[in-house]
Write a protein that binds this ligand. Sequence first.
Ligand code: ZN
Ligand code: FE
Length: 765
Amino acid sequence: MSSACSIRVRGVVQGVGFRPFVFRLARANTLAGWVLNGEEGVEIFLEGADQGLKAFVQALRTEPPSAAQITNIDVTASTPLGCNDFTIRESKRNERPSVRISPDLPVCEDCLRELFDPDNKRYFYPYINCTNCGPRYTVILGLPYDRSNTTMKSWPLDEYCAAEYSDPGNRRFHAQPVACPKCGPDYHLEAGDKVVRGNERSVRSVVEMLRAGKILAVKGLGGYHLACNARNGDAVQALRNRKYRKEKPFALMAKNLAVARELVCVSAETEALLTSAGRPIVIAPAKMKLLGVAPDNHELGVMLPYTPLHHLLFAAGAPDTLVMTSANRSSEPIAFDDVEARHRLSGIADAFLIGERPIARRVDDSIARAGVFGPTVLRRARGYAPSAVAVFPSKRPILAVGADLKNTITLVVHGQAFVSQHIGDLEHFQSFQAFRQTIEDLVSMYEVRWDEMLVVHDCHPQSASAALAATLLSPETRSVQHHRAHLASVLAERSEWKKRVVGVSFDGTGYGDDGTIWGGEVFVGSLSGGFERVAHLRRALLAGGDAAAHHPVQAAAGFLAQLDGLPDVTSAPFAFPSRYQSAMELVRRGVRTFTTSSMGRLFDAAAALLGFTRETSFEGQAAMWLEQLARSSRYAEPYPFPFTGGELDFRPLLTNLAHDRLRGRHPSECARAFQRGIAQGLLTAVTALCRANKIDTIVLSGGVFQNELLLEDIKTVVDSTPFQVWTNHAVPANDGGVSLGQAALASFGRFDSVAAVSSTETISL
Ligand code: ZN
Ligand code: FE
């Protein structure tokens, strides 16, 4: 007695070995029928014995290919057609592909075994891959995902690879980037005038150079890395000097999990992230000091090898811990083109390990941590992008162009929200180009028509992203306020469209409804109903606008101006430089100042009082420094941070901090008391708002909430209340999450108007 059924599988199911898996599974259960890649996922038709069908569906649910991410399996009964065997059919091509482009995948165990098997044809071949592993987004030039639409199109398959590629039972069946040493691309080493050819010879030369303390530029999946021995302080310092990167922590690559355990505390959650398919850089508490790797930091960022080349380097004897940092100068975007890399990295790298396979687009390493509220992505790029992070109820195509800093874009197609890789700060020419390119890429790959598209951007009248949005060919262009977008990103991740929450949006800078600089805002509302601002940090003046973000003492002036009985901060122990007095002069006269409620700048002011009086060398540095300082203190009574009349008053916080410091209390204790004060005061305010509005859920978003210690202190407070806290997980809490939030609010027609540029408001000093 024969039955039949149709199955539709949705999610990340293409380019991850799904069809060969289905093929083998069908054969194993003696089922006939076919499988194909449809427009919305994988479509399967099966006929055969009931028992076989049942076993098939069971295995489909419980043991899919490791890289697949199934969001939905639809099984419907059907009429047997009398098929004789099981086949893999050609891809169906309808109007629009809403299938997801797979992110890049780490090399799999099967390929690793072959890589180190001297009898295997692909022994020591850095471009080995199969349908379960290898490059995807970084080689895809267009859809459908076929070899002719990848950067492998210039390497025709030889007989050996072609046979595997066309054998449905082989794990390289339709593996688009498949290659072998005979037909595929190779790596070579360029050191000055010397060129070393051959994969094995060049890898072995690189290993010698790394052991000798040299700095290597190594081509990876989404760009070049600069690599050196992390245990060689001189090499690390040389890299800092040449890269003009003074203090920002370097990422590490550990040979394996055992080495990672020597470097950092690896909890079960951290291990899960380290070994996840995204293979992100994972931030965890440091167990050892590595000279120059992460100055002033109690944490290290570690990742495991993810390409065959990384495994070859370690197997060939490279130092077991390498600095692996994005190849660029200072804060420029990562280099990914060979010519560009040679040009931009000359003077930094002693030699270049160059692979011939072109990189389709720049994709940085992702960064994640096992946070106190659950695993969180801090930078979402390689291994994650551009997969969908949410399913929207609205089907209208939406393009959200994000924020100007830490930019990402979000494209909503058929209700699926695809978030791009981290693009960076749009003030850099190359990042701005990448921003434009990413918009073009995603819109064309998903074949969205511009005449149907709703484009959303930030409210800042002078933002680069908004300016570009205005030039796009969509019939409708609207704006969404920055801090509402932050909150919306948390709710969109969870598909909580109607849930009413009290939302806290704390960050450095975003344009407010009133044209002032917001950054310490509290809202009540929902995604579908919109967010109403109900409270904010007490306002201060910011002298000199954006420049204040690089000079904590400059940011401090406007906050300190409001304190009674402030000690003289220009003398010991504070010793603020003269920039402070110039800023204070502007504040007092109300010249060249902006009104702000930015929590990020309040952290800067506190950091300045605690000794961070120099210029910052990267964004968010002072706040990070303060967090690390606070970490060395176990406990400290929180400073008061009262909430009255819709305002969180920072004055008692800073007054106590200044006087404690003057009295000689240890800065780390002061820092902890400040952070605990923020946590305690914030929760007091927010739980009162929850009670008043009959709300049980608090949402936290914005860059300030990447401060893990602050989150720990918040959790301690909130655990003794009946309220729950939601934070970001799939997209960053910083501005990298803004595009998702913009898209979510736009899908409910929740727009904000573009604010007029405000002149200085009068603030009582
Ligand atoms: Zn593989
Ligand atoms: Fe922000």
